[in-house]
Design a binder for this molecule. Structure first.
Ligand code: ADP
Length: 162
């Protein structure tokens, strides 16, 4: 069983993330989208909400499921018996941080590989941060996020402005 972990904040999950998941699902028997707690980033959505949104967004892909973790990524990878960590690369700007992260993870545990996947070109400009900004300013995000995320964003922003 070849398992890959796709870790991230997913605050919230976007069509760019979904594109990476779909590509990874073709290469591995099982893909776990692992939502990092990341309280220091002050996420808009709670950990439980982010996991639920990933879960709903990937429900049609049989070999993909959502989970969460609040420990060192390398320990989580080991616990899942995974062979690879998948990360997305949108542009050169992502490269430096991702490169550093991958090499540090290799130092901590050399038993798995980090694999980078490029999304479809139309998603290279997409980030959770931009999606939140557009939604906050009343823009339509339907082409950027899966339907459950669009609904949740609308509800969340209504709650926070009430
Ligand atoms: P993190 O806080 O770990 O960067 P994100 O949820 O922002 O979490 O991103 C998770 C992973 O998905 C990262 O590897 C990031 O580069 C990648 N990613 C984010 N947005 C996109 C996108 N539009 N297309 C492809 N990969 C993306």
């Amino acid at each position: 069983m070849r398992t890959a972990i796709y870790p991230g904040s997913f605050d919230p999950f976007t069509n760019g993330h979904l594109d990476v998941v779909q590509r990874a699902a073709k290469l591995f028997d099982r893909v776990i989208v692992a939502v990092a707690k990341n309280e220091s980033k002050h996420p808009l959505f709670t950990l439980e909400e982010r996991v639920e949104l990933v879960s709903k967004s990937v429900s049609r892909i049989k070999n993909v499921r959502a989970d969460s973790f609040d420990c060192l990524l390398v320990n989580y990878v080991k616990r899942c018996n995974a062979r690879a960590v998948v990360r997305g690369l949108r542009a050169v700007s992502d490269f430096e941080f991702e490169f550093q992260l991958a090499l540090m993870n290799r130092k901590l545990n050399g038993e798995f590989e980090t694999i980078f996947m490029m999304p479809k070109d139309t998603y290279t400009f997409l980030s959770s941060r931009i999606v939140k900004e557009i939604a906050r300013l009343g823009g339509n995000v339907h082409q950027f996020v899966p339907p459950p995320v669009r609904v949740a964003l609308r509800r969340k922003l209504r709650e926070t402005t009430d």
